[in-house]
Design a protein around this ligand. Sequence first.
Ligand code: 9YW
Length: 429
Amino acid sequence: MSVSAHLAGEAQRILRDNDTGRFIKPSPKQYPHQWNWDAALIALGLATFDLERARAEVRTLLEGQWKDGMVPHIVYHDGPSDYFPTPDFWRSERSAAAPSVPTSGLTQPPVLATAVRAIVERDPDQGAALTFLREVYGKLLAWHRWFYAARDPEGSGVVALIHPWESGMDNSTRFTGALARLTPTDVPTFRRRDQQHVAADERPVAGDYERFMYLIGLYRDWRWDPEALFERAPFLIRDAFTTAILHRANEDLLELATSLGEPTEEIAGWLARTRAGYSALWDEAAGLYFDLDLRAGAPVREDTCATFLALYAGLASEAQAARLAEHLRDPDAYAPDARTRFYLPSAAKSSPYFEPRRYWRGPVWLNINWFLVQGLRRYGYAALAERVVNDTLSLVARSGFAEYYDPRDGSPCGARDFSWSAALVLELL
Ligand code: 9YW
């Protein structure tokens, strides 16, 4: 059997093993509920071999959608487990917009419309594909509308996060400054449970975790009201990463609208708004995109993998893309050298905060590699894209489908048999 046939078989096995029947868990033990962008990436991988199962994953995620359009970051279909936060910690029922199924009160990067487009376009039965699309289209549109209304009420074109968890990159080095400025008071009582299945030095430090809980405590007191959150949240960051994913998802949503004969003006307006606003994040001297910390009133001058998502979204000019590609080839920043052997460390090696095994502060993540590959191909950097694909496949071949990997030696970190790692390898093969 060829190496790729073997990897594909293993990847499909992991997705089947993590399938609870209603949704696919991110991993066997660590994350026993349905996560938002995990579900979208999983659906994308499922669409390579089982379209019906891919559609089901989208439907179950959307069961958690709030009445105001937000698709939450965790949906607890089966109630509590040994994962913390438990459903009751969020107090989401304090919001009139919450659905009947228990969910978190935050959102996550909106990859879903991109996955839905793949599911629709790959279906040989276009009649069935359009029936499915009609069922979900309005929900996707409502979520994107919520993003622009709730998280960019000022119309800047760049959406803001109220919690690091919303980026999906919880303890990224780009949040270190903003988190350090918080003084947690009245933190709800909690007991961390994330270290029971994964080594403590591969997880966020205690100070970060306390701040994550502090923010949730405030927001649940404010009944998860989007206006109050935007006005008062002590953590408010206009995020280059989420905005790039949203922009790309809007390109996909526009295509889907066209195939249904739905109006496209509103989506075209969002695309124009983000295209105009995103350029404000570019720092010409550094040659990088930086988030904007609205509470500090200053750019977040941290070099992380998030900067490359502008390529995925088509938001960079040719000249900006060339600077980013040059940066990718720099061994002091991201390129493999004597210190690291694999693309793409999640934070630049030159960052004082770089930690090669600690979660989002240095390890390689396969979803980030997948976004990067799409972006490099989009701008014609085919050789660099192939290098990232090869690194991704050799990580999996040597260390299995881990949650993340140490870029120095490719050893596995975090959970094993991780669903989006499996799904995205199916996409890349
Ligand atoms: C946690 C499920 C989620 C991902 C996030 C990742 C992590 C949950 O796991 O967050 O408890 O730390 O950071 O991106 O969606 O895989």
